[in-house]
Write a protein that binds this ligand. Structure first.
Ligand SMILES: [Zn+2]
Length: 357
């Protein structure tokens, strides 16, 4: 009944009598969709751990691509497929009885799936020396789904090396693909770099784009973390937490500086102090930072743009009027004036936010 709806794409297997037929439906489904409208919206609390392909059933209305593969290779490489074919499930009973089986899968990108299967079948001569980041990410999602990271890692490492020169410098879809790929293949330096750029440059909580990024990499809100235990903090999603923490750090410094101008501790004159306070208030207002200031999760604000804005604050220039003549004296200058804004700049240096992940 399905024959008319199925086209054949035979994997060039060393095992021409492969016992498993993958029936790939909805091939080349959208992957890691970067929807500008959704970027900056609240992140789902749980990352998507497994795409909904496992329980796919044959649908006579759909078209499928048939890929013949070797059960032996699948079971050797993937504990998930080993369980499917020999773990006492319905599929394994059919396989034991018939000696062959059709496994329906959905949404995989056909080219990525073929490359992935070639790796599992040790068809190394048929693998390209380089792939796109997109292709690598798709293969990594499959390796995660079928729990065979180690089998794929050797080629992934070679491909990652070739992709590294084009590492993105801005928060983007590519950066999120790098974040996932580097996290999945344990590339700590690249992961820290991706996370740092995301934390510094994203102007909203980071979203996972449906990639199976471990839950402890993305984040709850900072306030949730404060309410959790120390152990929880260690394993909570760190990127969004750190982004919020650093933005709050800058806002705290602005408030401290304002409080300093308002306090009795300012050793120069009332005129001097008022000029500095007024200028600070004005520049905070112009940048949308008037107290109590923006609140977490700080939509529309990135750490980098916030620090750049604060560093652009200028010290007001003014001259007092002489009591005797009513004329302006020379421009007011005191150590306190310099200390005020320099202190703010010093305390809000944009950090790279590299962490020991
Ligand atoms: Zn002064």
């Amino acid at each position: 009944m399905y024959e008319t709806a199925i086209t054949t794409q035979k994997l060039n297997s060393k095992d021409p009598d492969g016992e498993v037929m993958f029936l790939l439906g909805n091939a080349n489904a959208p992957f890691a969709v970067w929807d500008e409208k959704k970027i900056g919206k609240p992140t789902p609390k749980k990352a998507v751990k497994k795409p909904p392909k496992k329980k796919a059933k044959l649908d006579s209305a759909k078209e499928y691509i048939r890929i013949q593969v070797s059960a032996k290779h699948l079971m050797l490489a993937s504990p998930v497929l080993k369980k499917t074919l020999s773990g006492g499930w319905k599929e394994s009973e059919i396989f034991a009885k018939k000696g062959s089986i059709d496994l329906v899968v959905e949404d995989w990108d056909l080219d990525a799936f073929l490359l992935f299967l070639r790796i599992l079948h040790c068809q190394h001569h048929d693998l390209p020396s380089s792939v796109t980041l997109e292709m690598l990410a798709k293969i990594a999602v499959m390796a995660d789904y079928y729990a065979c990271k180690n089998t794929v890692a050797f080629f992934a490492n070679l491909w990652i090396e070739k992709l590294e020169p084009a590492f993105p410098t801005e928060y983007s879809r590519d950066l999120m693909l790098w974040l996932f790929v580097s996290c999945f293949f344990d590339k700590r330096e690249l992961f820290a770099k991706s996370a740092s750029i995301a934390m510094t440059k994203c102007n909203a909580p980071i979203t996972n784009l449906g990639l199976p990024i471990p839950i402890n990499v993305l984040s709850k809100s900072f306030s949730d973390v404060l309410a959790s235990s120390f152990i929880d903090i260690l394993y909570q999603d760190r990127i969004n937490i750190d982004r919020e923490w650093y933005i709050q750090h800058v806002m705290k410094r602005l408030k401290e500086q304002r409080d300093l101008y308002l306090s009795k501790d300012w050793s120069c004159s009332l005129d001097c102090c008022s000029m500095l306070l007024g200028a600070l208030e004005k520049q905070m207002h112009l940048n949308g930072l008037s107290l109590p200031g923006p609140q977490p999760p700080f939509y529309g604000i990135s750490y980098e743009t916030l620090v750049t804005a604060v560093h652009s604050f200028t010290i007001p220039r003014w001259a007092p009027i002489s009591d005797l003549t009513g004329r302006y004296n020379t421009e007011h200058y005191c150590e306190e004036t310099r200390r005020g804004y320099n202190l703010l700049e010093f305390k809000t240096v944009c950090e790279s936010l590299l962490r020991n992940w």
